[in-house]
Design a protein around this ligand. Sequence first.
Ligand code: ZN
Length: 719
Amino acid sequence: MKLENEYIALTVSEERGSWKLLDKRAKVVWESRLDRFGEVSIRTGETFKSVPLIPDYVTVEGSSIRLSFHDDRYGRLALNVTMKLKGASLEISYDGTGEVQIESLTLLDEGLRMSDKDSAYLLVPVRLGLMIPSDSGLEFKRRFGTFEYEGCHMEMLGAVKNGGAILVTWHDPYVIAEVKSLLGEGGQSLSVSLIMCKTARSIKIHALGVGDFNLIGQEYRKVAKEKGWLVTWDEKLRERPQARRLFGAVNFKLWTALARRIDEDLREVSVEVKWTFDEVARIAEHLKEDLKLEKVLFILGGWIRKGYDCQHPDILPAAPECGGNEGLKDCARRVQRCGYLFALHDNYQDMYRDSPSWDEGYIMKHPDGRLRKGGLWLGGRAFLTCSKRAIELARRPQNLPKVKELFNPDVYFIDTTYAVGLYECFDPDHPLTKWDDMHWKQVLSDYARDLFGLFGSECGREWAIPHADWFEGLTGVSGRYYHSLDPRSFGGTVVPIFEMVYRDGIVMHGKYGYKFEEAAEYVIHHVSIGRTLNYHSIGPHLYWENDRMEELPLPPKGEPDRACFTRAHNGWAEGMCLTDRFIKNTYEILSPLNEITSRMRLTYLRFLTKDKLVRETKFGEKVKVVVNGGEESYVLTSDLGGRVVLPPFGFLVESPSFVAFHALSWGKVEYERPVLFTLRSLEEKPLYRSDEVRIYHGFGDMRLSWRGDIIEVKGEIIR
Ligand SMILES: [Zn+2]
């Protein structure tokens, strides 16, 4: 059986139900499994039976092919699958009649096959996005559940084979993508399955023609817009113009002011005051006055009554050990007086048995009525609050309204809302499907956002874009790209597809602490995506009084220097502590870059070396970044810098009003060791004809080739 239009030719085997899709523009064929259409899982009492889907008959009706299936072994099962061509896309959907209960149905069954002989890869939207090549020589199988933790953060998958790109989309949280790589005699075979449960009934395959991940990102953006999830700053700023203050702001988090550890049996194990509220304010003042940081999103955790995580949702008064309500009020005022956005960290997902408000009625239930447990955190064993009831807790006068009245933070952060997967609740008083859970989490976000003005939560999902201003965790975790996922186990490379789709509508950072002296790769990753860093590993009290002062020894010449951004010899932050040197250097690179590009799309990514470690990104039309994640130097030619040599962890940022580089050669000067400089026009004019250019020198040789001269920059100058 065959369907055809100007973009696609689809053939379906009448005997087996297998199919082939020819993308005519790219001249690339995408195939299903050869022996069957798919598979259905049927529930019979307590067990599940798998039934392969091989059609009884296949018919063509207009622009659709219909496959009919039946099976009577476990009760009457009757199913129809429709494959419908519409322009360059093929929609595959199913409907079932009959008596058996369908647990799941695999609509795409080890499909979109790619081999190591193809030049091919899959693109999975896990966090920023992961490119999985078909010739890694690795065997693996992994499920990426829609909106799960390190699952699919967008409802899509991409694939590229021999120059042709394809995009698969769906719109339902009950879809699981399973990626499988097998090594056999015929070589490597990479495929993907889409397992549909409950309300999930259809997928779409878009044949995009000739292209790569850039085209996939562009095309998915259109789908995101249709769903209503692409809301850009142009729209958002109309309602909350203060969100502009997030552009260029670094994420500085004190974690956590009061740390009280409670064990599984609700016994207190330890109590530690890491910062009093006065110390918190003094740290903000230090960043402002000593480090001269202008744009900071200043976040405080562990300010609540019993310390972070303890006795949620009973948060007030502010921790007495740290200074109580009066102390936090004063702290908030002082942080805001620095011109910083002040954010408080809260949680409405976890509830603890020792909280005064503890009531099982708030807790999510398993199908058998058991309470749904959360993690074992500082506060002891958490139980998960049903999201439909969490909003009631947040709205209580003693919760968010009182926080607003007392401390008036600029931004509110409710932890885990966008991090954990969507849950179901089986409490008959407040049942939830995954769709309902998404809805109530959006309601909670909207409530906090309307009350405080700006709102953020952990990690981030596309369904949260219209309800939030800030995601913390999507760009990286603990100084790495992922939390538990290891890209190397897939031979994978991060491709920031989420940025390509949603960049110009959300602020994003990484989460958790990391060692500044080992963070060079994390830094250049953030340079390449134009995002500011998260600084979450801050020592207790006035951290600069107890921090390391001297620089780490330089590695042997030519070897990668993972501590490079903590250096300040001859530079601006010379004589300051390691934490401050790292913050200052990375702030000076990333804050202006992010400020300039926050409302731009990430329009283009290209790998400049075969190992994909040197990459170039473009924002809008005029901002270009090249970063070198390889172990050798990389040479390129630039408009302003001429021949530029990037050492390992080197980079070059070029835009009309801002230039930054970590390089061994720029302009007419060749350097013995890598240097860090940034140059910014302080006028509306571009750099090359600006009368006021601020030049910042991070470390290394102070000489800079500037407008035909060689000048010396000590710290910073304005020219
Ligand atoms: Zn519930």
